[in-house]
Design a protein around this ligand. Sequence first.
Ligand SMILES: *Cc1c(COP(=O)(O)O)cnc(C)c1O
Length: 397
Amino acid sequence: MHQHHSAFGLIQASSPVEPVTLVRPHAARRAARFFIERFPGTTMYAVKANPSPDLLLVLWDSGVTHYDVASIAEVRLVKRTLPDATLCFMHPVKAEEAVREAYHKHGVRTFSLDTMDELEKIVRATNGAQDLNLLVRLRVSSDHSKLSLASKFGADPADVTELLMATRQAADALGICFHVGSQAMSPHAYAQAMERVRAAIVAASVTVDIVDVGGGFPSSYPGMEPPPLDAYFDTIHRSFESLPISYSAELWCEPGRALSAEYSSLIVRVEKRRGDILYINDGAYGALFDAAHVNWRFPVNLLRSSEEGTETTAFSFYGPTCDDIDHMEGPFYLPNDIKTGDFIEIGMLGAYGCAMRTQFNGFGSEETHVVSDEPMTSLYTGEVEPERRTATVTKIF
Ligand SMILES: *Cc1c(COP(=O)(O)O)cnc(C)c1O
């Protein structure tokens, strides 16, 4: 991979016609170290947020040994990239063939489930194995999160007791897991979910060996500045300590976004301007799926060398494909005088951004460069930039 100090250095050197992904290994390393050192349990990386092998290697080198995988393709990918990693198959609905291959060929011993059907599937596919860690996924509220995960998965409270008792019989280690929804804006989300865990344990009177609080740990985006991660860890630790479980029970988490968001950003070029709409060369079918479909806002920065301070305007973006839905509402605040041919860096695309790219309509590019400057915002340095509504921000190196 090519190496530059920053996005601005790169466009000066090469004026890229195609969108370019920038990666910041140091930012991923910092996030991983933070979780490894501060989370009071085992940190597992949720691979779907960004399955790039380069990122997986950075996380592994930073001490992340456990990986949450959701498909057999993710199992194979992580096994190939990190042969010694511990894989946990945490999708509650799996193909039986996938469970079979994961168990017999790749050494996967940890699976989640939310129905009796799935439990029976796992028992069949592993030929009644005696060395399974089985985690029952509870349905919990997504009220504090920006992206709900409350409807699709998770056992209903009415079924949990029976499911926990049956799973206890089949498991070597029994766990309970949940997901509070992605980008949980308050630690309270976890405290609430832990109350559901408590109620489930009490009702079923089973010995629980693992409590897995899932993902949902936030990152910093315009208009979404969450409390410090330590506040989440404190709340989780306190709730965990008060559960009716044995002293040897383990606490796990499965961050995706929080470990990967700061890893990547994207350089795009303005191909046309129409009033306060910019037509750029990446979009809904590229790395900006969330900006288009759930109106997510990402930090933006016009890349130019002049220092003149122009006022900013709220822009929306159109992506390069022929579809009307290739539209990112924003608002994205950029200088008034931005024009065709200008380059923009769009930040915080390491999670659910670069992982979502397609080649639809012949657009999209794999070009990736390593840069060494800081991400536009960071939950780990405490550098949470206010929204840039008034000043032109320039980077000169
Ligand atoms: C998506 C997902 C995660 C990661 O969620 P984030 O909000 O990115 O932290 C973790 N666990 C499971 C089961 C998931 O589906």
